[in-house]
Write a protein that binds this ligand. Structure first.
Ligand SMILES: [Zn+2]
Length: 686
């Protein structure tokens, strides 16, 4: 078990074959498919077992085989896996099952209006609190008893939005909380908080129950979709052997947050990647450059990949292998294979820690403090700032930060309106010991039940006390002073707008030794249809008398606190001035282990392997980490990149070719010159 948890094949494939029975025949030949997978460099293949329609691709008395399939696909895939040296895992869709939904309508998920739910456009979804849970366990045990697979991938173990209000959930909820489950909820209420808690507990119970059944049946690796997604952090995830979630191009930032967060939890990670433009079942092809970029970003951060590959199941284009997809996978995996010696047995070099706060995330799901489920905007804003600044960082959950805080020099707490006491203590200890904390907004001001405390949980570290909230939806940062050497560098001498933030700015008073770095400036009034000036919101007009930026020396460390929540505002607006303020801080106050200088920053990841550092640069310049659909159809090469590293190097070279790169050293710092970056480069610093 310990051995199994250690490492995982980096080059995996997925046959997410949700094709149903609406075909005269499906000519796919599993042996040919597995052979092609092996040729593409795939080491582990997640092969379809039971799909969302409720069909099996194996023989069983419990689940009927897909009628368009003439033979036992899974048995053939396992045999072919042995022949071609491919490890076979099977795929089991847990909660989507059209056939069972038809047979047992009472087991289906029900929404607040009392209607059975259709999930992902077409599928009947079953409730894990219904007797279906027992059926799922029997089916999975039966599958694993019959087939010698080496792993099982569980998909769709989540509740649909606005569910579940089935009779089983109602009974269970009432027993747990002592009142009837409401049909509708108002934001900010105890009922909605308890409903979210109920859903999390229900999902945890499902996953723990399935994991236990699997362990009792066969010694296989267990992974389920979502365990690598910070949105779904769950007490059961530790029961898996591998964490897993999806990475969809062109949303590079979201994928990157997921892989960084998952790998920081100390378990192997496999990210599923659609071969399509965007998402599953699109029947389109992701440009080769995109796939290579995604694969490079995942492996550069310590994860493995599972690229989906679904040939057309029937009709004139039907085949066992889509040659375009196969070539694309092969091209990406050839590179991974060549780099493998520098990808395995590495760990992230601790540098900047971005703290993902599950407590704040939960509050944003139901609480009134956040306008909607917007916590992720704060986290994403902080991550984008670091990406744009050419810095290496980890995304850590509060628990992981508590265990490892001492290894980092800088921590960022974006939008953490609610913090666990233990996290607050770890942050206090971290700054006291010499760390730099960058925080913004009402940090730790709210309790788990949504109530507002009298003061910030970290008031001593922030160097401020709460005096109230801004009355406005927009605020401005003005009079930025040059007190932390460079905070004001290149910032216009003009009030800087902060708007579209997740959380309202707070008014604070300063502790004795804290210094104000800027003023919080307000509009004269909130713009309305009746009273407004120009378009959008009102102009800066009045200094509030409160600080917008506060610098507090605490113990041996420093906290830089922004009273407006700048990270979500940056995510919403892309303001270069908010970015510049944080970049100035990183430049002046933080001992970054690596800082990359380039016209547009590539994604940088720094890992250690024994005494060496392995630096990965991935060129995502064509997309600028954008959320809009801008696929990388070609790579725009970058010239003359410099990477400054906090390590005295004796040898610097790119791998796998081992080509020496020019570098200079000064004191403990090494500057590496990279003449050209095409799609990606991996550099060893000895
Ligand atoms: Zn239910």
């Amino acid at each position: 078990m310990a051995e199994k948890r250690k490492s995982v094949n980096l080059r995996c494939g997925l046959l997410d074959f949700q094709v149903g029975e609406c075909h005269d025949s499906i000519p796919l030949d599993p042996e040919e498919y597995v052979r092609a997978s092996a040729e593409a460099g795939i080491q582990t293949l997640v092969f379809i077992g039971k799909d969302a329609c409720g069909c099996a691709f194996y023989d069983s008395d419990l689940v009927k085989r897909n009628t368009a399939v003439q033979s036992d696909y899974l048995a053939q895939a396992i045999a072919a896996g042995k022949k071609y040296g491919v490890e076979i895992y099977t795929y089991f869709n847990v909660l989507l099952d059209d056939k069972l939904g038809e047979r047992f309508p009472e087991y289906r998920m029900i929404d607040g209006a009392g209607k059975p739910v259709i999930a992902y456009d077409y599928y009947k979804i079953l409730c894990p609190n219904s007797p279906y849970f027992g059926i799922a366990k029997e089916r999975i045990a039966d599958l694993l008893r019959r087939y010698e697979v080496q792993g099982i991938f569980l998909d769709i173990t989540y509740f649909s939005p606005d569910t579940c209000h089935c009779r089983y959930c109602k009974e269970r909820f009432e027993k747990r909380y002592g009142y009837t489950l409401p049909d509708q909820f108002e934001r900010g209420t105890k009922e909605l908080r308890e409903f979210h808690e109920f859903l999390t507990e229900s999902r945890t119970r499902l996953l723990e129950g399935l994991a236990q059944t699997i362990r009792q049946t066969r010694d296989v690796r267990i992974l389920w979709n979502g365990s690598g997604n910070p949105r779904l952090e769950n007490g059961a995830d530790g029961k898996a052997d591998i964490l897993s979630t999806e990475f969809h191009a062109p949303d590079f930032t979201d994928g990157l947050i997921r892989v960084k967060w998952a790998q920081s939890r100390g378990m192997p990670v496999i990210m599923s990647i659609p071969y399509e433009l965007g998402s599953w079942g699109d029947w389109s092809i992701l440009p080769k450059e995109n796939l290579e970029t995604v694969v490079s970003m995942i492996t550069a951060n310590g994860g493995g990949c599972a690229v989906n590959h679904v040939p057309y199941p029937s009709g004139e284009f039907a085949s066992s292998v889509n040659q375009c997809v196969k070539q694309s996978i092969k091209s990406a995996y050839d590179k991974v294979k060549a780099l493998e010696p520098w990808l395995v047995n590495t760990e992230s070099v601790p540098d900047v820690a971005v703290i993902n706060s599950p407590a704040s995330r939960r509050l944003s799901q139901w609480g009134k403090v956040f306008s909607n489920d917007s916590y992720p905007n704060s986290l994403t804003g902080a991550v984008k700032m670091l990406l744009e600044s050419g810095r290496h960082f980890d995304v850590l959950s509060e628990k992981t930060f508590c265990a490892n805080a001492g290894r980092y020099h800088t921590a960022i707490l974006p939008g953490a309106a609610c913090l666990d006491e233990e996290t607050a203590e770890a942050v206090r200890h971290f700054v006291n010991g010499g760390g730099v904390l960058i925080a913004s907004g009402p940090v730790g001001l709210y309790r788990n039940d949504g109530s507002r405390a009298d003061n910030f949980l970290l008031a001593d570290v922030l160097g401020v006390d709460l005096k109230g909230e801004s009355e406005f939806s927009v605020d401005y940062i003005s009079d930025i002073k040059d007190i932390t050497e460079k905070i004001a560098r290149d910032i216009p001498d003009n009030p800087i707008l902060v708007h579209q933030a997740n959380l309202k700015a707070v008014r604070v008073s300063l502790h004795e030794n804290a210094e104000s770095g800027a003023s919080l400036t307000e509009p004269l009034f909130e713009a309305t249809a009746e009273r407004h000036v120009y378009h959008q919101h009102a102009h800066p007009a009045r200094k509030s008398g409160f600080s917008a930026v506060v610098i507090n020396k605490f113990g041996k460390g420093t906290c830089v606190y922004f009273a407006p929540e700048i990270f979500s505002s940056f995510q919403a607006t892309g303001s270069p001035w908010l970015l510049k303020m944080v970049q100035n801080l990183l430049d002046s106050d933080c001992q970054s282990t690596v800082r990359v200088e380039a016209p547009v920053c590539p994604h940088v990841s720094l890992r250690q392997q024994g005494g060496n550092w392995v630096m990965h640069l991935t060129n995502v310049s064509g997309s600028r980490f954008d959320l809009s659909k801008s696929f990388l159809a070609q790579t725009i090469p970058m010239q003359n990149i410099k990477a400054h590293l906090l390590k005295k190097a004796s040898k610097v070279y790119s791998v796998p070719e081992k080509i020496p790169l020019p570098f200079t050293t000064e004191g403990d710092e090494t500057t590496v010159m990279i003449p050209e970056l095409k799609s990606s480069i991996t550099i060893v610093i000895e």
